[in-house]
Design a protein. Sequence first.
Lengths: 180, 196
Amino acid sequence: MHARADAAETVPNWPDDIFATLQRFDVRQVPYVPDAGHSKLIQRVLDSSTMRGIPLTTEEEGVALLAGAWAGGQRGVLLMQSSGVGNCINMLSLIPILRFPFLTLVTMRGEWGEFNPWQVPMGSTTQGVFELSGVQVLRASSAAEVPAVLEAAASQAYNALTPTAVLLSQRLIGAKVFTK
Amino acid sequence: MSKANLLDRRQVVSTLLANRKDVVAIGGLGASTNDMCAVGDHARNFYLWGGMGGAAMIGLGLALAQPKLPVLVITGDGEMLMGLGSLATIGLQKPSNLSIAVLDNEAYGETGGQTSHTSAAADLVGVARACGIKDSQSISTMAEVEAFAKAVHDVSAGPRFANVKIDSASQERILPTRDGTYILNRIRGDLGFQPI
């Protein structure tokens, strides 16, 4: 059995804020590798009539998918967990080369009360990997700042073609704990 | 050295694109992208010079965005092997307007001809079919290539996958433009999209 400490006691509303922003920016393709922190947003996407949720086998598929989507006139957003960022590295090279709008929302592990040491190495380098790859990083650490951060991120990604990652901090999501 | 009874890659690509009409074609990193240019540059050619393993997924994104447009991915066995998981992703989405043709010379031709997994063990047709792409076939004749090229235009019956056994002969290098933004925006412009 596992539960989430901190923010886990109630179903959070911030995924609804994210969904509303994505809808307003006419996001149509939503590739994802599932993460518990993204589960509510993924469900909203799968229930949506305007967005298509696309499960991936590995996160780099999503980067290439978004390039194709833009060639065909659609915007997308990639949902993943911090450990998936490492899987994307070479494919991130498509973004400056092709110059398509890139927005990714990353639920963080390996920080803020993490109990699993195996999450820490990639969680610790997630922001650095993005920045070395030319992707600007914004962070939301509390539910209250999610709407403004998402608005800024979507605006600069879609209007200014600034590759952008939003890190949804483990403090926001709630540290995962396993109990016997 | 080329073996007997294997198809010539340029002839295959030439036949795939001969009557292309509104097809958008994506060329995977390596000789496949060069072949597409060699048989004739086109505003709807998406040449890849990097992002190895991503060709099929670019095809999926495009196919989902433009469901009435035939989308054809032409790539090599090495590039397809690097993106094997994308066959599972495509098998799940089942875009009816997406076709994938793998030019399989069983080798990494660009890096010295080292043998690939398809030379001895990996069966890409079997993988594609097992991932849910029911219309998956192995092609060994030009008549089959012609039939596949025709089927590409049926945007209601895909996805479809073909593994085309080609010879490993090196061809004259005819290089497409390397300017990614030009390539992408040329396709968008031809599809009627304005710059941002």
